[in-house]
Ligand binder design. Structure first.
Ligand code: SAM
Length: 304
């Protein structure tokens, strides 16, 4: 499905369904022999989506999700630790951007008097609320849903819901940047910086420079073509996830943040997976995924 500047989606369609793919990975991890984390709600999201007509990917697409399961589990664990460390440093306010079916507000041990704001499309957050309610899930924090498109004036909506820009904040940007064009990525980080008190933190899953090399992009196109052919031969529909991505060169997140008052550290995806003893996907060449996990603390206010 082609993207439009003003497109919106429900959980079972377009970009919304990508949140289900991540929930699939979390459900599989939860029931694996040695899970890195457990997400007791992931399966309930999948069951509710199936009841609404979503068809769980099978065949080549399911294999692809399984192939990157080590990456997906490591990513979840890294963001879990990011929020726990922020809380241990006294940060009580968190914002999860493009939250999808992230259930951290319900499953992490939040410190007292903390608040978690989640931003995503209205229909995605509505679906999530209904499923969690059906599970009698109780958040371990003051939870606030902020249903707004990230291309609109979300800082206004966030503040209207009680967000306090004078308090340090922990922000997460996980599984989100590919769905934003390059200039929207800059706007996102400008807004985060503008709303951040000193001591705020941001955790980001960002593209590494290798992602934009012709060698990597050609290999990726080739992989997707093969997957589509295999799916076609098996009589299955294979949605093209790349049709939802904005594959265009963009600012390197580490540099962008360092130049604007953030103190930055970074770990590459394959090093992160090694830290958690997770094998690199067999179809990856020279590493897991060309992404990096960036953590930054705001140490000075940047004057433009
Ligand atoms: N961060 C979650 C996770 O890792 O489980 C969800 C990742 S999912 C791949 C991408 C999410 O970003 C979806 O829930 C989608 O609705 C949300 N998203 C993408 N673009 C958005 C936009 N312009 N406004 C609001 N949400 C958006």
């Amino acid at each position: 499905m082609a993207r439009r500047d003003d497109d919106s989606w429900d959980i079972t369609e377009s970009v919304g369904a990508t949140a289900l793919a991540v929930a699939m990975a979390r459900a599989d991890e939860t029931t694996s022999e040695h899970p890195l984390f457990t997400d007791p709600y992931a399966q309930a999201f999948l069951d509710a989506a199936t009841a609404r007509g979503w068809r769980r990917p099978r065949g080549p697409m399911a294999e692809r999700i399984r192939a990157i399961s080590g990456y997906a589990a490591s990513r979840t664990k890294w963001f879990d630790e990011f929020f726990i460390a922020a809380g241990a440093n006294g940060i009580r306010q968190s914002v999860i951007l493009g939250a999808g079916l992230d259930s951290r507000a319900w499953r992490l041990p939040w410190i007292q008097e903390s608040a978690v704001y989640e931003i995503d499309q209205p229909q995605v957050l509505q679906f999530k609320a209904e499923v969690l309610q059906s599970q009698h899930a109780q958040p371990g924090t003051h939870y606030v849903a902020v249903p707004v498109d990230l291309r609109q004036d979300w800082p206004k909506s966030l503040q209207a819901m009680g967000f306090d820009a004078t308090q340090p904040t922990a922000w997460s940007v996980e599984g989100l940047l590919p769905y934003l064009p390059a200039d929207a990525q800059d706007v996102l980080f400008e807004r985060i910086t503008g709303l951040s008190a000193l001591g705020s933190r941001v955790g980001v899953e960002a593209f590494a420079a290798e992602f934009f090399t012709e060698r990597y992009l050609a290999r990726r196109r080739d992989q997707m073509r093969q997957l589509r052919e295999q799916a076609g031969a098996a009589g299955e529909d294979m949605p093209d996830p790349e049709g939802l991505w904005f594959i265009e060169e963009r600012a390197m997140v580490t540099e962008w943040l360092s130049e604007r008052g953030w103190q930055v550290s970074m770990i590459e995806a394959d090093d992160l997976m090694a830290r958690y003893h997770r094998a690199v996907s067999p179809d990856a060449e020279g590493g897991s995924m060309p992404t990096e996990f960036v953590e930054a603390v705001l140490v000075e206010h940047y004057e433009s």
